[in-house]
Design a protein around this ligand. Sequence first.
Ligand code: ZN
Length: 105
Amino acid sequence: MTSTNPPLKRRCPDCGSPLIKRCSEMQHLLMAKTYLVCKNAVCGATFTGVDEITHRLSPPSQPNPDVDLPFAPAAARRAVLQEQRIATEKQQPAQLNSQDLEPQP
Ligand SMILES: [Zn+2]
């Protein structure tokens, strides 16, 4: 099963417009306090929340010995990697195959 929808962005819970992350304050290595502003100037809502790293999706090349994070379940890792691949493919122009450059008989 593949998704053709773009990755969901954070939306204002009041009006549904996209939210802009204004800044974050690090609370510790895995947690930051985040401030969000509704992009809809008429709405004008602002929010604060927590941005927390909870799992690893891939191993680091230079692991920090102070960070002890579990890996996400395999199904969750596959789903995220698939979403990233779809987003990357949409950002890059389609590549031509060598067959596309050869004259057709
Ligand atoms: Zn809003």
